[in-house]
Write a protein that binds this ligand. Sequence first.
Ligand code: BYC
Length: 315
Amino acid sequence: MKELSISELEARFQHKIDREIKIEPNDWMPDVYRKTLIRQISQHAHSEVVGMLPEGNWITRAPNLRRKAVLLAKVQDEAGHGLYLYSATETLGADRESTIDDMHNGKAKYSSIFNYPALTWADIGAIGWLVDGAAILNQVALCRTSYGPYARAMVKICKEESFHQRQGYESLMVLAKGSPEQKAMAQDALNRFWWPALMMFGPSDADSPHSAQSMKWKIKRFSNDELRQNFVDATVPQAEILGLTIPDENLKWNEERGHYDFSPINWDEFYQVLAGNGPCNKERLEARRKAKEDGAWVREAANAFAAKRAMRKSA
Ligand code: BYC
């Protein structure tokens, strides 16, 4: 049989994507498609794992047993999401250890949002409502992403994220309807998390180097700005129900566009956080590096056990 040229293989690959056929691990794929996926999925996995830090810090300080149990379950879910996603990168040939090392040595990114501190209990509610809310909007679209293992992982992740978002909203509702001090705490959390949540969707479309190709390959189904606008449109009425004010004096319903208008984003702040200069970048990376060092003995023991078992089997 005649061997296909790279351009013929690429045309077949694109045709498959155009017909909504999922790409599976053993299928031919352009090297850049593979690399783009490893980059995006590993960034996503790192975000899940680093995302456990600001919330994990509040487990011992949750205001009651129910809240503590819910928060524990949420943080545990995030570890699970990290695992599915690291496994998805392995189906593309990535090595898990070096993928994680890339984050630890600053080569790979994780979501900017986790470089902001969780200062009060209300922040835990705001993270659920806004951060998980933003994550869901982005991730529901990823359930239809073109790479099969990533799309399937996202289905389970999205179900859990919906629960996370609702528990955050419910917890903030209790504070917003509570004493004036509690309401002020909820408002303060919204003030600090609103803009960083909008930045989670990534740079504006004009400044997003990967979007055009990722949209063509249907890795991404919507652009960064489209998802950000959907998030604003969905979240403003939720803030109204809470009786809280979104910290943007230019936020206004635009009848003609059928969307809310909002102020320009402070992109300098976004790029500063990406460059490692956010309020908690150093702390987050140190915590992850320390966790890896502290867990070395567990990995060594597990490997020794597996090797011993393999030797017994082959004897
Ligand atoms: N933070 O061309 P662009 C969660 C980077 S939620 C840091 O638009 P792309 C969770 C981008 O990587 C969060 N970096 O890129 C929730 C690229 O850098 P490189 C995780 C960002 O990939 C609650 C450069 O900027 N979700 O996990 O087409 C609790 C140019 O951007 C950010 C996901 O990761 C950012 N916010 O689009 C616990 C979803 N935005 O690689 C956990 C999957 C952009 O060239 N990811 N960058 O050095 C995606 O959908 C896409 O990767 C993005 C960016 C929309 C984020």
